[in-house]
Design a protein around this ligand. Structure first.
Ligand code: FAD
Length: 413
């Protein structure tokens, strides 16, 4: 049995950022981070890894290097949450008591919900950038593709980085053209959703990209099975008359798998009580404080915050969580306010990116003095070079959010 003043579950983007920011404000805080993995990944670059634009090994660092020196690392994973007793229980059976809890455990990938996928993944033309080990295989497939049917899917659940399933498709189109196989290739986007992107400001530009690249769009197509032997993908297609099964042949398929809240959260009292919210940590969307247990806060993919789940969103959430948690500890009012800020660098080809930044209501929040609803080479450079640097050297070190500073300089909100 151990006790810490502040316990953080997860040492990913959210957990490390919050720990670093808290300790910058008060180095005397007693903080423990519970994180099972030796490695920490910069997941946003996996899209570029899949397109041969980034080395996989450059997306990973040792977790040890990133845990702030004053924080204690408990290398274990949480299995049970008992908020009535301010207690979490780990896999190894350690009882960790806390005064304040921050949940930043990320999202769970449910590969098993697609029949045949776990066995098929990583060979025979089936790839996914959603896993570190397989992203290099995406590149191998794209670069060696000799033509045929290339399918890119988007699932029916919330996912992290909702743009990633289409970014790799646009990059694939460029690679096929460069390799002279585009004319022999049919590219199809099969999405369970009804439109190309949830935020309307960026959809017209994306539709132009789709048209320019000659991509076939199939909406309301929800992947449910991979038949590896016959190289077929089976979809449930919603129509006015109900759900119909459609089978499409593939030579290459990039799968964005279904995802959900981690099981240990779903099965706990911290989870949102009812569908359709699917068991995320039930926090107030502006303060990040739990709706029932006031000494619990959450951010990032595991939280119920109704924004697009990205590391950029974490960049906007962390300062608010830190401000409010410190205020709560000091018995003051919670003045930190999160407006839903998130950012999805929509890579539309090699050298092209739409830097989509928006709030809860889908209002664009533009950090740069350019029209961010359009494709830009400078934004590609941001995605490929600047953002990874900012992540490792500023965000995870608890430095202030440069985006809000840049916007203030321009007199923007
Ligand atoms: P994570 O960073 O995933 O961290 C969660 C941590 O919790 C992990 O270290 C995990 O080991 C740990 N954990 C899990 N279970 C437990 C447990 N039971 N107990 C203790 N610890 C646990 N974001 C962008 O901003 N821009 C992009 O362009 C972008 N592109 C992406 C492309 C891909 C292919 C992927 C996969 C992601 C992309 N993202 C992007 C999303 C971004 O990586 C995540 O939104 C971000 O990492 C969320 O931070 P988090 O702290 O909530 O979760």
């Amino acid at each position: 049995t151990v006790h810490h003043q502040i316990v953080i579950i997860g040492g990913g983007a959210g957990g490390i950022t919050v720990a670093a920011q808290l300790l910058r404000q008060n180095s005397k805080l007693d903080i423990a981070i519970i994180e099972p993995s030796d490695k920490h990944f910069y997941q946003p670059a996996w899209t570029l890894v899949g397109a041969g634009q980034y080395h996989a090994l450059d997306t990973v660092k040792d977790e040890q290097e990133l845990i702030p020196a004053q924080a204690k690392w408990l290398k274990d994973y949480v299995e049970k949450l008992d908020p009535d007793n301010n207690l979490v229980v780990t896999h190894q059976g350690t009882q960790v008591f806390y005064d304040y809890l921050v949940v930043a455990a990320g999202i769970q990938i449910d590969w098993h919900l697609i029949k045949g996928l776990p066995e098929a993944l990583g060979k025979g033309g089936v790839c996914s950038n959603y896993i570190f080990e397989i992203a290099p295989y995406t590149w191998e497939l794209l670069n060696n593709f000799a033509g045929g049917n290339a399918i890119f899917t988007f699932p029916a659940t919330p996912i992290k980085c909702a743009g990633a399933p289409q970014k790799i498709m646009y990059l694939a189109d460029d690679i096929f053209r460069k390799n002279g196989v585009r004319q022999k290739t049919k590219i199809t986007y099969c999405a369970a959703t009804a439109k190309i992107f949830a935020v309307d400001a960026y959809a017209p530009t994306l539709m132009k990209v789709v048209e320019r690249k000659g991509i076939d769009l199939k909406f309301k197509h929800n992947l449910k099975e991979i038949k590896a032997d016959s190289k077929e993908a089976v979809f449930d297609v919603s129509t006015d008359g109900g759900v119909q099964e459609v089978t499409l042949p593939y030579d290459l398929i990039h799968v964005a798998p279904p995802m959900s809240a981690p099981d240990f959260i779903k099965n706990s009292k911290l989870a949102t009580p009812a569908a359709p919210a699917l068991g995320w940590v039930d926090v107030h969307k502006h303060t990040l404080q739990h709706k029932v247990y006031p000494n619990v806060f959450s951010l990032g993919d595991a939280s119920s915050l109704p924004t697009s789940k990205t590391a950029a969103a974490v960049r906007g959430e962390a300062p608010v969580l830190v401000e409010n948690l410190l205020a709560f500890i000091n018995k003051q009012a919670l003045n930190g306010y999160y407006n839903g800020y998130t950012c999805c660098p929509l890579v539309t080809g090699i050298g092209k990116t739409i830097m989509a930044e928006f709030d809860y209501d889908g209002n664009p929040i533009s950090t740069f003095p350019i029209d961010q609803t359009q494709e830009h080479y400078t934004m590609w450079l941001m995605k490929k070079y600047a953002l990874p640097w900012v992540y490792w050297n500023r965000m995870l070190k608890g430095q202030a959010f440069e985006g809000s500073f840049l916007r203030k300089l321009q007199g923007k909100k």
